[in-house]
Design a protein around this ligand. Structure first.
Ligand SMILES: [Zn+2]
Length: 628
């Protein structure tokens, strides 16, 4: 029989041993190299619907890919699913006759497509895993294909299929392809659409449209020449030298909607740890001057967006530089990876404008924003592009303004300064009545930029200034947390907005998102005993009127803008000296600030002085920003 004392000793010994083990582990952890002591990476808890296991071999001379792919699709819907629909995006670059080429005039972001450097993809084998071949039917212009299944996939069941494909990469065009030895390989493998509402939601590749996919796990092994430095969605898990001049690099990612990779024998690499996230910058030696700028901007984005919306959920984020002759691959987002490149929205060499031009920072914080508004909150970029581009650009403008101050966040020199918000306002003025809501292919290119970037950024910032920063961040973080790893719609955002603010916000949703309403606020009449303000246009944004009296005292009148005219009367006391609608400039969609009140005149003069010069810049910027 053990005594109580013995028991106590035993317990103490166990506790001591445990503590010693912990100390040893801690000590070892500090002694072994970082990559060996690192804990297993944590992946987000996302639904696993469409998972891909791909072996792909690059023929570096021919710039072709040969791939074997296994797709596991889990039917989480209530419908039996009778077939599978695949995107074959690379076929958009096969000829001048595709939907993409016809809509885009065989050009993208000002860069021409060449028939000598076309791209295409072909599925050469398709079968149920382990056997039965499946027939593949080409749809539309060949950027979609359908395979009927012998039996529908029942709700709660999964189907596994195997396929083989070969693909030709285009010379860099519309985000993807090669430029010399540089490769940016995006939208490159046969990929399922999204089953929802009883059908496959999958469109042919339209010129303005981006993408839509389900979450899943990706295991991708890439065989390519030894000596190429690679980067990809996910984490590298294995690298083998094949002894024949090639190497195989394997990547793993969970909770992602896509997989893109890049390679170049010239890449150099810098990394930085930001709140436990490993940020990798792959850059070309000729752009070594961008290293600090890119890493600083990426860190600022991860930190701020993380605080505003919710923590970045993946262990790594790779930023990819692009060569000067491959700019068409720059400024594009994928899960855990985005491309930047030393592009200038002002159309001037970065060497000339060094230190003044923040286009690079803008690209970086914009693309980083897509990690939240696309990669995690995976809206349908084809049907509702304003949700991803708009929230991303809102985030980018907000961050740049915070980092560099208003009026100088895009360009900051002694001669001229320009804020990212200012350029978005100038763009907005070109077509303020275009609704933000609508599928990508229904917009002309200019309208697309305004509807999905400029107007949403201004509208969301107007909403923020109307609600207050705290409420706005509560709205955005609630929307993010509730819909992360899902596919929310504009109406889901509206539901969260109404719930968080307790307001209908019809002016925002019916007026700006779905509608074509515009507003110009002005002081219509100034009398010693009254002020009359007026609203031109249908859009009634809640605002304020600042009235100043002859004795210097002021009063701030709330005005909901619901009436076309409103008169504020002051029968007693000192006479009215001046009045101003929206004195804080919160209504960023106001078409003319010049008539809001007298005190605005100085600002307007400044504004007009640079406006003519800016028109040139804006045209360049719109070309450059067209496909971010
Ligand atoms: Zn974008």
């Amino acid at each position: 029989m053990k005594s109580i004392v013995e028991d106590k000793v035993t317990v103490t010994a166990v506790v001591l041993r445990f503590i010693a083990c912990c100390l040893l582990a801690l000590l070892l952890g500090t002694l072994v190299p970082g990559d060996l002591s690192a804990q297993a990476p944590s992946w987000p808890d996302a639904p696993e619907i469409a998972s891909y296991d791909i072996d792909v071999t690059l023929d570096a001379g021919a710039r072709t890919l040969a791939g074997r792919e296994r797709i596991t699709y889990a039917n989480t819907t209530a419908d039996p699913i009778p077939d599978l629909v695949f995107h074959l995006y690379l076929n958009a670059f096969a000829s001048r006759d595709t939907i993409f080429m016809r809509e885009g005039g065989a050009a993208h972001r000002g860069q021409a497509w060449s028939p000598d450097a076309a791209g295409w993809i072909e599925v050469t084998e398709l079968r149920l895993a382990g056997g039965q071949p499946l027939a593949l039917e080409t749809l539309e212009d060949g950027t979609l294909a359908r395979a009927a299944l012998p039996e529908p996939v029942a709700p709660g069941e999964a189907v596994e299929i195997e396929l083989e494909f070969r693909a030709q990469l285009p010379r860099v065009f519309a985000r993807t392809g090669y430029a010399g030895d540089f490769l940016m390989v995006g939208q490159w493998f046969p990929k399922l659409g999204v089953w929802q509402d009883g059908a496959w939601n999958a469109y042919p590749f339209h010129a303005n449209a981006e993408f839509y996919a389900d979450f899943g796990t990706y295991d991708v092994a890439i065989t390519l020449p030894a000596g190429h430095v690679t980067g990809a969605t996910g984490l590298p898990v294995e690298q083998a030298d094949n002894g024949d001049g090639t190497q195989t690099v394997a990547y793993h990612a969970e909770g992602v909607i896509d997989f893109a990779w890049t390679a170049s024998p010239d890449f150099e690499q810098e990394s930085r740890s930001v709140d436990g996230v490993e940020v990798i910058y792959l850059y070309l030696p000729e752009h070594a001057r961008t290293v600090d700028r890119v890493l600083d901007a990426t860190e600022a984005a991860l930190t701020h967006y993380g605080q505003w919306y919710g923590t970045y959920p993946y262990p790594r984020l790779t930023v990819v530089d692009v060569p000067d002759d491959g700019q068409g691959a720059g400024g594009m987002e994928y899960p855990m990876l985005f491309t930047a490149g030393p592009m200038s929205a002002l159309g001037v060499s970065l060497d000339v404008t060094r230190g003044a031009d923040r286009s690079l920072e803008l690209v970086v914080v914009h693309e980083a924003g897509h990690q939240w508004w696309q990669s995690v909150v995976a809206t349908n970029e084809a049907e509702e592009p304003w949700l991803d581009e708009g929230m991303t650009e809102y985030s980018a403008v907000r961050l740049l303004t915070r980092l560099y101050g208003p009026g100088r966040s895009l360009f900051d020199s002694r001669v001229v300064s320009l804020g990212s918000l200012d350029t978005r306002r100038l763009e907005y003025f070109l077509s303020p009545g275009v609704p933000m809501y609508g599928p990508a292919w229904e917009f002309e290119t200019m309208e697309y930029v305004i509807a999905t970037y400029s107007k949403p950024a201004l509208s969301l910032l107007t909403l923020e200034r109307t609600l207050g920063e705290e409420t706005m961040l509560e709205l955005m973080s609630t929307y993010y947390q509730r819909h992360r790893f899902g596919h929310p719609t504009t109406e889901d955002f509206r539901t969260v907005a109404q719930e968080v603010t307790g307001q209908e916000l019809d002016w925002f949703f019916d007026g700006l998102v779905y509608g074509d309403e515009v507003v110009n606020y002005r002081v219509a009449e100034l009398e010693p005993r009254s002020v009359t303000v007026a609203r031109e246009g249908e859009l009634a944004v809640p605002t304020e009127v600042l009235v100043t009296f002859e004795d210097g005292t002021t009063v701030l009148e709330p005005w909901d803008g619901s009436q076309e005219e409103q008169t504020f009367a002051y029968p007693d006391g000192p006479a009215v000296r001046s009045a101003e609608v929206d004195p804080e400039g919160r209504v960023l969609v106001d078409l003319r600030w010049a008539d809001n009140g007298l005190s605005r005149q100085v600002y307007v003069a400044d504004w007009l002085a640079v406006a003519a010069r800016l028109v040139y810049y804006v045209q360049n910027a719109m070309l450059a920003l067209g496909g971010w």
